[in-house]
Design a protein around this ligand. Sequence first.
Ligand SMILES: Cc1cc2nc3c(=O)[nH]c(=O)nc-3n(C[C@H](O)[C@H](O)[C@H](O)COP(=O)(O)OP(=O)(O)OC[C@H]3O[C@@H](n4cnc5c(N)ncnc54)[C@H](O)[C@@H]3O)c2cc1C
Length: 403
Amino acid sequence: MVGTQGRIIIAGGGPVGLIIGLMLGRAGIDVTLFDKGDIVHQEPRAATIHPATLDLLDDLGVYERIEPLGIVCPIVNYYDQRELLASFDHGLLAGETRHPWVLQCEQDKLSRVLFAMSSDIPNLEIRTEIEVLDCSQSADAVEVEVQSADGSRERLRGRYLVGADGARSTVRKRAGVEFEGLTYPERFMIIGSPFDFSKAGYAYRNYISDPVEWYNLFKISWNGPPGIYRLVVPVSPEEALDNDRILETCQRKFQRFHPRSEPYEIVLHDSYVVHQRVAATFRVGRIILAGDAAHLNSPIGAMGMNSGIHDAVNLSTNMLRVLNEEEGEEALDRYVRKRRHVAVKHVQTSTIANKKNMEQRDPETRRKYREEIQRAAEDPVLAKKFLMRTSLIESLRDAATIN
Ligand SMILES: Cc1cc2nc3c(=O)[nH]c(=O)nc-3n(C[C@H](O)[C@H](O)[C@H](O)COP(=O)(O)OP(=O)(O)OC[C@H]3O[C@@H](n4cnc5c(N)ncnc54)[C@H](O)[C@@H]3O)c2cc1C
């Protein structure tokens, strides 16, 4: 058995686990973080980082390192089929945030930056290609069993265990926490092409509702300028898993979205099962959940990683109060109250509504949605209110009112 009772153990080195490791490590706490992968080759799933999150990353000295890797996007457009309904400028948020724009920066780039920054912290030990297999706890300690790539196992003891091990969290399952919610029957496909959609009038961020097949179209920097556009589109599981025809499917999706005589160059494609779920609790004694391990949502609205980063900052701040003996464990319960409230009342509510708006088939409901979003874009007060919600500033301020 290795470890000390003061050590914090983190399962998972995605953006959420790495930020917790960075914050606790910088505060002088001994931390061991395990990731079953190598951290440097993560999937580039999330790409949109909202203003509220940029402020938090800036406080950690991360923003200046990721801005050159991404694309600054003040504008987001909403379409009904191919008709532009509304255009919002995040510049309206000046005075509410130090970053009145969205940064399009893929999450694997963010993780690599955080990983590099972590190497300067002697008391933060990051152990890659080691999987957390099991965890248990007693009144005064938590214990994890891990397995290396060569099959060897060891056990480690610590004071708290943070489960930041993503959607299929082993920690959540071993702690016996229910993951309540639903799974959508269709998958979401991501297809990337260097075709320049700005020539067709699209902004760098576009939500396109369509009763037949909705789309999200975003620019990402990818391997550097000029970048590529990423189309997110629903796909049946049969089509998504038919590898022999996958490029045909990608081509058909792009051609339906924006028909052209030439075929599209497809440079990336992937598909995901999408859930709307929140863990029944984010804390069982010495085991605490954060990020995707605690809550999952559809990517429409780009709130998963963003709200996970907000969890990470809030949990680290509250945990430090306990570790520094400024407060008892009630600080950890405050983290749970605040962040579970945000997950349920803000992130789940918004992302479920976003999907309904994108795919709405009922003409009357579509008409109301059109009118509402057009009215919001035309009135600066309503537009700002809209952006306060979509940029997650509202959810952070709401959480701040909870004790
Ligand atoms: C298509 C798509 C697009 C998205 N776009 C956005 C977006 O634009 N903006 C946004 O905010 N969110 C977006 N998301 C959501 C975002 O990807 C997640 O919310 C985010 O990755 C959560 O970060 P995390 O650190 O909690 O988990 P993860 O990023 O999943 O990291 C978990 C880590 O834990 C490790 N791990 C897992 N199990 C173990 C174990 N047993 N032992 C050790 N290590 C383990 C994994 O290797 C991984 O490195 C998108 C998701 C999808 C699918």
